[in-house]
Design a protein around this ligand. Structure first.
Ligand code: ZN
Length: 313
């Protein structure tokens, strides 16, 4: 009997040892984080900086338009097994719900940024002179506001901490200093707008910058509401934008990074003086892995956008 008891004890000790061993394993395990689009990826990169136990993946890194993206089988595998999944949660990411159904990691932390920012969301609006129909969808281009970006970084920080408490200190310190940089650039935007003579932006293009114009009380005109699938501007639209450019005495017409600028050229050519500059604002909607390798950063793009804004206003 004594021997049996000893055996049982030994077995129990062995099992315990195994348990604690596997526990130690989970503790030292690498944290796999997947972000859908570039701004989210870059924020997370800054917040996890210096912690060498994080594997961060960007899903849309081929330059594909996020509005028509569909995940491949490989993407689905990547998503289903990651520890933290960060996404915008808007109209263009409707595929996410389906992808998350096949998750194999039941402890996955998911961060839906539009959920986190729900009190700050705006609907896409159809204003005078715009083509397309307003379907009352919430505008998903939340990252183009430096104020939203700060809130989003707080949500990402909290999600990371709940998935990986070991690195809590680094995540919090990194987030603090990154959020300060976002806030300081936000102040720069504020002063640039304050001292500008014009308070209206004219986009001869799609219009993903609603949150930015709201942040600084800028007025705007655009060819299309949000990122409407419509891409051919009618003559009526062009004529309206040209007339507005003349009326307001604008010195620049804006286009997006992905556009060929033909609508903008047509708008300029229909104004009285035909001498407005065509400037590009970068909405970071089709970033490639090569651009990231070359050092593209969210803050870098937003700084460049500020200097474009300075010329347009
Ligand atoms: Zn868009």
């Amino acid at each position: 009997m004594k021997r049996l008891l000893a055996l049982i004890c030994a077995a129990a000790v062995a099992v315990c040892a195994l348990c604690s061993c596997s526990k130690a394993d989970t503790k030292s395990k690498r944290l796999s984080v997947v972000a859908t689009i570039f701004p989210l990826y870059d924020w997370t990169k800054n917040i996890t900086e210096g912690t060498d136990s994080v594997d961060l993946d960007l899903l849309l890194d081929s330059g594909a338009d996020m509005h028509s993206f569909q995940p491949s089988a490989r993407d689905i595998v990547k998503i289903s097994s990651c520890d933290v999944f960060i996404y915008v949660g808007g109209e263009s990411e409707k595929w996410v719900d389906e992808a998350l159904k096949s998750r194999t990691n039941k402890d996955m932390v998911t961060i839906n940024l539009m959920d986190e920012l729900k009190d700050l969301l705006k609907e896409e609006e159809l204003r005078e002179g715009m083509q397309g129909d307003s379907d009352g969808e919430e505008d998903e281009h939340i990252w183009l506001s430096l104020k939203n970006a700060q809130k989003a970084c707080e949500a990402i920080r909290d999600g990371l901490v709940s998935a990986d408490g070991q690195n809590e200190k680094s995540y919090k310190a990194n987030a603090d200093s990154y959020i300060k940089r976002l806030s300081s650039l936000d102040s720069d935007y504020q002063s640039a707008v304050k001292s500008s003579k014009t308070k209206t932006l004219l986009f001869a293009d799609r219009f993903p910058f609603r949150y930015m114009t709201e942040d600084y009380n800028l007025n705007y005109y655009a060819a299309f509401a949000g990122c409407s699938a419509e891409s051919e501007a009618s003559f009526k639209t062009i004529a309206f934008l040209s007339k507005k450019t003349d009326e307001l005495g604008l010195s620049a017409v804006l286009k997006l990074e992905s556009s060929d600028g033909r609508v903008a050229e047509a708008v300029v050519n229909n104004t009285k003086n035909k001498n407005q500059k065509i400037l590009t604002l970068d909405s970071m909607q089709s970033v490639t892995a090569d651009q990231i390798k070359d050092g593209l950063s969210y803050l870098g793009v937003m700084e460049k956008n500020l200097s474009v804004l300075g010329k347009a206003l």
